[in-house]
Ligand binder design. Structure first.
Ligand code: HEC
Length: 403
């Protein structure tokens, strides 16, 4: 799991020659209103600042020779609207927390590739029109024809742990599942003959197929609840003017976007329609727009793992709890619950609540505190799973009251 709260610092690569930070602030103060009304002005328009993850290919990268799909869209867009482009690098999956810090923290003007849904941080975040649909995909040798889920019968299917596809296949005894953690692992299983099909996050599969497997595999996107998402460009609520400008520019970029999708190997075959997963993804409950990260391991909110385990507080429960925690909760509460922000430091539960700890825990994980950014998880996990997360949390309680 990648650390998600590490900020690598921002590097500005404005193509505009900004003599100083002060000049830029002035330029910003002059703002968009004036910018468009000042033809012939000698000064450069202020840069379009994009927040981007430096290590998220095929979507974004700080390697100028391979900037990624989203960043190249950003470049085309900035040309179209006549502003230079600048980047604010933030090493993170694009969860709400990142959006809050970067976009809503005014470190950038736009973030490309957010899930197009008012449920995703609306009304604080507003969106452009859709730029593309992203989906899980069925990856196989080209000799295999797949038109639906029944074609997977009797096949060994590499499926990503804690994703909607895993959930979808969970009910099918006639399909042999090979659990993998990443699309990379899924593709490797295919290559090594350990699986016949890999059911993994499509954009990454397409990218790997192109860059690592010489296009040997067929990557067919799927559609269905929780399996595909529309991606758009997100802005802060106050940026309606920029949003409208971007919306006006997007139709001119359609061809370019299609070329870029091909350049980065993103799947473009017609999608295979699959039945709805038994617990469709609810973006409202998502702590993160899971699929918009390179490793959609952050998708677990979509999953209700059918399997239930006997309650026990042994090492197995701790390990299971820790695994779920790191897959889902760690995005906000820190890997292994190590978190320096006190308010969300779950190692302090015991100190904070004493004997009410257990009650507080259950109420909070079931109902969430939606107004404070803590999602409700009761539709997502079973009580046994909550129990094992609790068991894990017990092992990390810190007695340092001063902390
Ligand atoms: C999207 C971010 C996010 C995710 C994901 C998340 N939480 Fe939280 N959680 C929060 C925030 C923010 C708070 C603090 C709310 C507040 O200020 O009252 C919180 C509070 C809590 C609390 C109460 C803490 C206290 O001291 O009162 C518990 C317990 C908790 N979360 C458990 C979990 C568990 C278990 C998971 C995973 C199943 C999880 N959280 C996933 C954001 C998140």
């Amino acid at each position: 799991m990648r650390p998600n709260r590490r900020q690598t610092g921002s590097k500005w690569r404005a193509s505009a020659e900004l003599s100083s930070r002060a000049t830029m602030l002035l330029a910003l103060a002059a703002s968009a209103l004036l910018a468009s009304a000042a033809p012939g002005s000698a000064s450069q328009p202020d840069p379009l600042r994009l927040c981007a993850d430096p290590t998220n290919l095929p979507f974004s990268s700080d390697n100028p020779s391979q900037p990624g799909f989203y960043l190249e869209i950003g470049q085309a867009l900035s040309e179209q609207i006549g502003r230079p482009v600048a980047y604010d690098w933030y090493k993170s999956y694009f969860g709400k927390r990142t959006v809050r810090v970067t976009l809503l923290g005014k470190q950038c003007d736009a973030m490309i590739g957010l899930p197009l849904s008012a449920d995703f941080m609306g009304p604080a975040v507003i969106f452009s029109k859709k730029i593309m649909t992203e989906a899980y995909a069925l990856v196989s040798r080209t000799t295999l024809t797949l038109n639906g889920i029944d074609d997977l019968r009797g096949k060994r299917v590499a499926v990503q742990y804690q994703t909607t596809p895993q959930n979808l296949l969970a009910t099918r005894d006639d399909i042999e599942k090979v659990t993998v953690l990443t699309p990379e692992e899924g593709m490797a299983a295919l290559e090594q003959g350990k699986a016949d099909v890999a059911f993994v996050w499509g954009p990454v599969a397409g990218w790997l197929n192109k860059t690592a497997y010489e296009g040997r595999f067929r990557v067919q996107p799927v559609e269905g609840a929780g399996l595909s998402w529309d991606a758009a460009i997100g802005f802060a609520r106050t940026s309606t003017q920029l949003r409208d400008q971007v919306d006006a520019a997007l139709p001119q970029l359609e061809r370019r976007i299609a070329e870029l999708a091909a350049k980065y190997g993103l799947p473009n075959a017609p999608p295979i329609r699959l039945g709805a997963a038994s617990s469709p993804i609810r973006l409202a409950a998502l702590g993160s727009p899971a699929p918009f990260v390179r490793q959609p391991a952050a998708a677990p909110p979509a999953i209700r793992i059918a399997e239930t385990r006997p309650r026990d507080a042994g090492p197995e429960a701790v390990a299971l709890g820790k695994e779920i925690f790191n897959g889902t909760c760690a995005h906000c509460h820190g890997p292994d619950a190590v978190q320096s922000e006190r308010r969300i430091d779950l190692r302090r539960l015991q100190t904070r609540y004493g004997e009410d700890m257990r009650d507080k825990y259950w109420t909070t994980v079931h109902e969430g505190r939606p107004s404070k950014g803590m999602p409700a998880w009761k539709e997502v996990f079973t009580d046994d799973q909550f129990e094992s997360i609790y068991t894990f949390l017990l092992t990390v309680q810190s007695s340092e009251t001063a902390n």
